[in-house]
Design a protein around this ligand. Structure first.
Ligand code: ADP
Length: 401
């Protein structure tokens, strides 16, 4: 079975084509600058690399351009688009209704449309990608895999905010959470690695990429999560502030005369590692600057680590202990010094880092970075959201057949 995974952003389409027989990746790539005069496609199939510019004024044209490369008579990996047995779409926001991956029908499309107000940058391009794929590959089942679905098991005490109740009942103000597909993938994989049944594993999963989020998982299900109504809440991120006192917004509006759009942009795009360090949103650059003696960069890393330690403490208490803390995402999978500092901050919970394990568990490797028998085992588990989407697409399509 061949599954095509599509992740449409406002100006990009990322994709992977899987052979689900052995879960191998037949091809993958990214089309950038969709909607501009000239788009750029970077495609890889095995050792073969293709780069081309193309005209993709919209997502439909972009998808056709990708399918052309996949079915290129000279060196495509497919003879025809009809060989695709299922298309899996990453959809950011499924609201309260979508608790699992779903075969896309009119009802599912309506839910994605209805939640566009909660994810204005993501749901509309996700929808555009779905419509384009339904037109281009009409014979294949189309499956929506929601970022919010894994977090739909949060209890009200974790997802409600202590604000007037009608903000929830009339305006859908609650914690939804994001990165759910990644948290689910690493939960299942960590359970496997730890030798604990997936429906009995208790974990704190920590996705540290450009966006950063943490989930408390009890008996395999999410019970708390750090992102909120939007991805702005929680941990310090590349350009997002994470938690701040909401009164900071009133204060800056009154004192500095900032309007809502400026505040939104400042907290989402000019804060986090970038805002504090003044150097970069990229952890590698910030670490390099800190090592070079830049005090602001050093403080940014300290804030980043401290917030993680605070959340782990909270979730450890919520769970009453857990089988492991799981680190993933670009920083979790690679940033040895950040991981060492997280472990140092958690020494009170029994998470002492073993330097050799920490140093060698990088670049896609999985494993514990704490010694055997640690009070709080810390594991690095590389995430693979595309594979999770492909597996769901296979399973949902099989149920339909
Ligand atoms: P995204 O959230 O966009 O998918 P990634 O999961 O790839 O991003 O994570 C990007 C982050 O990972 C960046 O901050 C980058 O600096 C960091 N990162 C990647 N490799 C390393 C490394 N070797 N050391 C430190 N940070 C790293």
């Amino acid at each position: 079975m061949k599954v095509f995974v599509v992740n449409c952003g406002s100006s990009s389409i990322k994709y992977q084509l899987f052979d689900m027989g052995d879960e191998s990746v037949l091809a993958k790539g990214m089309l950038e600058r969709v909607g501009e005069d000239s788009s750029r496609l970077r495609h890889a199939a095995g050792a073969k690399r293709v780069e081309r510019t193309a005209a993709a004024p919209d997502h439909a044209a972009g998808l056709r351009c990708i399918l052309d490369v996949l079915t290129d008579p000279a060196d495509g990996v497919l003879a025809a688009a009809e060989e695709i047995d299922g298309v899996g779409h990453r959809v950011v926001h499924g609201g309260e209704a979508m608790r699992e991956s779903r075969l896309i029908d009119e009802g599912v499309l309506e839910v994605i449309r209805a939640n566009a107000a909660l994810a204005p940058l993501h749901n509309p391009p996700n929808l555009a990608g779905i419509t384009a794929a339904m037109d281009a590959i009409p014979g294949a089942p189309q499956v929506a895999v929601f970022d919010t679905a894994f977090l739909s098991t949060l209890p009200p005490r974790a997802y409600r905010y202590a604000v007037p109740a009608e903000w929830y009942t009339r305006h859908q103000v609650r914690r939804y959470g994001f990165h759910g597909t990644s948290h689910r993938f690493v939960t299942l994989r960590a359970a496997e690695l730890l030798g604990v049944p997936a429906d009995r594993v208790d974990l704190i999963t920590c996705h540290l990429g450009n966006g950063c989020s943490m989930t408390a998982v009890a008996a395999g299900a999410a019970v708390d999560h750090s992102m909120g109504l939007t991805p702005l809440e929680g941990l310090v991120m590349g350009t997002r502030s994470g938690d701040v006192d909401p009164a900071v917004i009133f204060h800056m509006a009154r004192r500095a005369g900032m309007d809502l759009d400026e505040l939104d942009a400042a907290l989402n795009k000019r804060s986090g590692l970038l805002g504090v360090s003044g150097v970069s949103n990229d952890m590698r650059d910030v670490l390099a600057a800190a090592e070079g003696g830049n005090a602001d960069a050093a403080l940014a890393v300290e804030l980043f680590v401290y917030r993680i330690v605070q959340y782990v403490g909270a979730y450890h208490a919520v769970l009453g202990g857990c089988d492991a803390l799981v680190l993933t995402g670009g920083i979790g999978e690679n940033a040895v010094s950040v991981r060492a500092r997280i472990c140092e901050g958690l020494s009170g919970l029994g998470a002492s880092c073993e330097a050799s394990r920490n140093a060698s568990t990088v670049g896609g490797a999985a494993g514990a970075i704490t010694p055997d028998g640690a009070g709080l085992p810390v594991w690095v588990v590389p995430t693979d959201e595309e594979l999770m989407i492909a597996r769901d697409t296979r399973d949902v399509a099989a149920k339909r057949a």
